[in-house]
Design a binder for this molecule. Sequence first.
Ligand code: SF4
Length: 396
Amino acid sequence: MLEVLPQIAKMQASYITGKPLANPLNVTVSVSYRCNSRCKTCNVWQRPNDDFTIEEYEKTFESIGRDAYWFTFSGGEPTLRKDLPEMVGAAYRHCRPGIINIPTNGIQDKIIPGRIERVLQAAPTSEVIINLSLDGVGEKHDIVRGVKGNFERAMRTYAGLKALKGRYKNFTLGVHTVISNFNIDEFENIYNFVYNELKPDSFISEIAEERVELDTVGMGITPPIHKYEPVINKLQDDIRRSEFTGVSRITQSFRDRYYDMVKRTLVEKRQIIPCLAGVASAQIAPNGDVWTCCIRAESVGNLREHNYDFMSVWTTPKADDLRHSIKAGECYCPLANASYTNMLCHVPTLSSVATEVGVITANSLLRGKQGRSSRLRNLPVINAVQEQSDKVGSKA
Ligand code: SF4
């Protein structure tokens, strides 16, 4: 984590001045709108395709260089692109990110494990986090995702991915659940299935949001706070009742605070801490448009028109306008990807996490409780590595 501190300082200075002093810490690359799911919570598959080529990604990642620490390759369904391993390889060569995050619907069960194995080989020193999307158990998953047989295929994919564990030290296998009005009543079932049957390295849950990117604005997919709050409380109870060691403790402290922020954002309808989208986090659309975030999805410029020079796009007048709007609090949301970056760049949050972790660690040492050692990671992000295996005497 220490290695990103200078970058965090640059992000804070950029936020204060409104002028980027470096490329973003967190870059999401939407590699295609193509998708073989038909989720009730997403219309992205209906958007026209004009995907970047691998050569275009090479030039773009070269221009970003070592500033970006956290990459997400999203979509659409990112594993539909045969050249996903080459894309990850290009990011690795030019940017050497600490963390690479890829979601998958798991539908192409015969193809995905092999493709992901090549991804793992392409980025040997990055922590590669693959999150299987799971929005229900059995047929309920298929109904939300709009594809018959999806659950069975996703389970086969999960088994194939799990078989890679142990062979690749840089591999974290997670499960990701989007909680919407279509599955909120099923959350308990999903939670129990994930923890008792799948036993992933990490389990993350995010509220379904209406996004311009996904063409879901006005669809009413977001559950009301009175229904979502018990879900968050359960996840927070689990964090607070468990004992973690090492970096997992830090990760869980951030996650606990994230859930607090989600609740407050939904109730207070404002940014709870400053949003550094447009400074510390960015998204690249499949056609090279650059956005400050996927919720607003307003292009600040297109990489093709700027010779694939990221900083050139990042400093357009439109980008300045958007940074100004975000700083003025003209938008708010609980988007996890941006929120974790915001917390990392927020000194009071960092300080409170450091204090909490220090107190817990000291107490554990005094009690002589050592816990199993955790695999060290550099940055606490939403996808906690080995959080299950690092739990000590949890869920009593
Ligand atoms: S608050 Fe949400 S919508 Fe506004 S810029 Fe940040 S991530 Fe985007």
